[in-house]
Design a protein around this ligand. Structure first.
Ligand SMILES: [Zn+2]
Length: 248
């Protein structure tokens, strides 16, 4: 069958002599793997469509398994995300996370829009760390791990300090905190922002100012949620961590 879909390249691999296989997250057909024949040849019309982060329209033939590209057009190449090391590190992480966390053919209209908005926001120079955390929250929701921050997940208490607990799927109040020895205490600022992250659509992200101290907390919180729920080992994340240790 012939398909036409808008998609974003979230993985690109060499395949055989001069070909590439890309995984794209599409607006309408979920995550799809497509062979792009001759993509590595210099005269290839479709070479740039095979590049990581490219947003384009893909026409492909597919019965089951991998599709084969028949035609395509670039809508936005996102070259800045490949050229600037810091942006490349964040975008690679987000792409790999999407590729690994989502199932093939899973319906993806909303998450596609969020990924598209995420890449746009990187390109606009917004805070890459915050954008990434917002997107991580979208992935947690899409995979059924959206945490509950409104009230203690054990007793429903809404007042007092809270700690983040993967095991309980959200936060625990000070009375219930003992139920999860791995719970991470959250300051007021971090809790407020996590609640905001839970409802914020990346397409509506304005400028957001976060104190360095709160940023550190947010980072630990999102790590706990992503690692504790998804349990993925991502190559791109070790690169991000290295960059953190040796800022550019
Ligand atoms: Zn409680």
């Amino acid at each position: 069958m012939q398909y036409r879909a808008e998609g974003i390249v979230i993985r690109s691999m060499d395949y055989g002599e001069g070909n590439k296989i890309v995984n794209i997250l599409t607006r309408t057909n979920g995550k799809v793997g497509i062979i792009i024949r001759g993509a590595k040849k210099t005269k290839s019309r479709h070479g740039s469509l095979a590049q990581l982060f490219t947003y384009g329209e893909f026409l492909y033939f597919r019965n089951s398994g991998l599709g084969t590209l028949t035609h395509g057009e670039i809508i936005e190449s996102h070259h800045l995300l490949r050229e600037r090391l810091e942006l490349a590190a964040y975008a690679s992480y987000v792409a790999e996370l999407t590729d690994r966390a989502l199932q093939e053919d899973e319906s993806s209209g909303f998450i596609f829009e969020q990924l598209k908005a995420c890449f746009t926001a990187y390109g606009e120079g917004k805070d890459a760390e915050i954008i990434t955390q917002l997107y991580e929250m979208r992935i947690l929701e899409a995979t059924g791990y959206g945490p509950v921050f409104d009230a203690c997940s054990s007793c429903g208490n809404v007042v007092g300090s809270m700690s983040l607990s993967v095991r309980s799927g959200g936060v625990l109040c000070s009375k219930c905190g003992y139920k999860d020895p791995f719970a991470l205490p959250l300051g007021d600022g971090a809790l407020k922002l996590l609640r905001l992250f839970r409802t914020m659509d990346l397409r509506r992200l304005g400028s957001i100012q976060v104190k360095e101290e709160t940023k550190g907390e947010l980072k630990r919180a999102m790590r706990l949620l992503v690692d504790g729920n998804l349990g993925l080992t991502l190559k791109s994340r070790s690169f991000l961590d290295q960059m953190d240790k040796f800022p550019l």
